[in-house]
Design a protein around this ligand. Structure first.
Ligand code: ADE
Length: 226
């Protein structure tokens, strides 16, 4: 899989993409992540990627031309399954969308800034818009990092235990059950006996019950969706 991230602030993506699981996935050759500095596609000497809004008003708007040139160049190299604009008014990002995107071959994530992009980018250049939640970030970079992380960990071979992504919260509309590690007792706080019993079926039943109870108390909406 390949993910091209277009941004005017590439440094914001350095750390999240170059550590931990996402880094390892790249090292193993399971994903290629390419961060592209939009300013390279600016046509003036100041490397401008934004301009004043027609009709006036506060805030700059990202221009269509550098974005179009960048996407056009990428498209000469490969076919993209989706060109996604990261935007607070996009479709809400969920685990099913992460699952769906993890099956794609080539993705572009376009990060917005300032007051957003010229509307013609949304009308003509992107295929999808994704929001990571109902709040406004300073730009799309952190959102792109979130989507990349959630997608990359689902690519087969990225997690060492292939089943572990399947037992994540949300994969079956249930919140994950509690987990414990040594010591079995700390300050009098004990690990549930069943987990120390070695009885696989009882442990599986307990975990399922816990997941159900947690979902009922914390996120009943997930059970309604199921
Ligand atoms: N850009 C700014 N805020 C955002 C959000 N909530 N999701 C995706 N992209 C964004």
């Amino acid at each position: 899989m390949r993910i091209d991230i277009i941004t005017c602030l590439p440094r914001l993506l350095e750390s999240p993409l170059n550590d931990s699981i996402v880094k390892r996935a790249q090292t193993k050759g399971l994903v290629e992540i390419n961060v592209i500095d939009l300013r390279q596609y600016a046509s003036d000497k100041h490397k401008s990627v934004d301009d004043y809004a027609y009709g006036g008003g506060a805030g700059m708007v990202m221009m269509i031309e550098p974005i179009d040139r960048c996407i056009e160049e990428l498209k000469t190299q490969r076919t993209y399954d989706e060109i996604i604009y990261m935007s607070p008014d996009g479709e809400r990002f969920t685990q099913p969308i992460a699952n769906q995107l993890s099956l794609k071959r080539n993705l572009i994530l376009l990060c917005g800034h300032y007051k957003g992009v010229d509307e013609r980018v949304r009308e003509h250049l992107v295929t999808r818009e994704i929001s990571i939640g109902d709040y406004v970030l300073s730009g799309g970079e952190l959102a792109a990092a979130v989507v990349t992380d959630a997608v990359v960990r689902l690519i087969p071979g990225v997690l060492s235990d292939e089943t572990s992504a399947l037992t994540d919260s949300f994969q079956d509309n249930l919140i994950a059950p509690p987990v414990y590690t040594r010591p079995a007792e700390y300050k009098g706080w004990k690990v549930p006996d069943v987990l120390l019993s070695g009885h696989e079926q009882k442990i599986a039943d307990w975990r399922y019950q816990q997941a159900l109870e947690r979902t009922q108390t914390r996120r009943p909406d997930l059970l309604e969706d199921a």
